[in-house]
Design a protein around this ligand. Sequence first.
Ligand code: AMP
Ligand code: MG
Length: 271
Amino acid sequence: MDRYRVKPGQQINLTDYDPDDKSVFDLNKKTGKKKLKDVNKELETLQETLYAENKHKILIILQAMDTGGKDGTIRHVFEGVNPQGVRVASFKKPTEIELSHDYLWRIHHHTPAKGEIVIFNRSHYEDVLVVRVHELVDPKVWQRRFEHINAFEQLLADEGTTILKFFLHIDQKEQKERLLARLQEPDKRWKFNPNDLAERKYWNDYMRAYTDVLNKTSTEWAPWVIVPANRKWYRNLVSGTTIVDTLKKLNIQTPSFKEDVQGWIDKVQTL
Ligand code: AMP
Ligand code: MG
């Protein structure tokens, strides 16, 4: 899975990353989906222990172009996981009040507590992506933000947060198909946003902005993973497996019960 991780200091070029790649799990859609069930099970168990131990904090950041699959990844990767202890925070266009503070103000509040997994559906990275592409602030202002973001994420990591960041990488051809699907399938129509067509015109600017994000903010304490995301099953498998592998490394333990078990059983039996 390491092949999709951006190493600190590495200078990647997004054109070297094929959104259709499926080299780590060379499966077909059917077997890929089946394999995800195993990942779901593993994640379910790990999350249960994580919650019980009440020690680690897990932050998962999802970024992608429109239709990139952030919602689908959350739905499929976390299928079966106990909703208690998992939370999704979605970041939309900032409100007036949010805009009158610094851009991290609205973010910090949503970071995970002990025992919790929090998934960011968009994040503070919008403040160096959409904000940059649409020139919502002076370049001098967004340019400084990479440093703030690294420091902010280091603070979270130092205080016990494990951070994983996924860029769900699709191409324009795939986006066109997904936009069409949203219009053609009645159940999906609510997701169609005419503004996505306007945003699509800025594709190259976004790719440039994403490249900077990936090159400047993939750190030891908060790495980026570039997920080939044209195939939904592959995207889910890569993200899910990366999360599971990361949680396994934390050596999460169910808290030990230090009391005299038999003594308590005897007591309860006399009730
Ligand atoms: P969606 O995720 O499709 O519901 O769309 C949310 C919209 O909010 C996207 O168009 C984002 O670009 C936009 N958005 C999120 N964060 C910011 C931000 N900090 N500044 C401006 N727009 C933002
Ligand atoms: Mg949208």
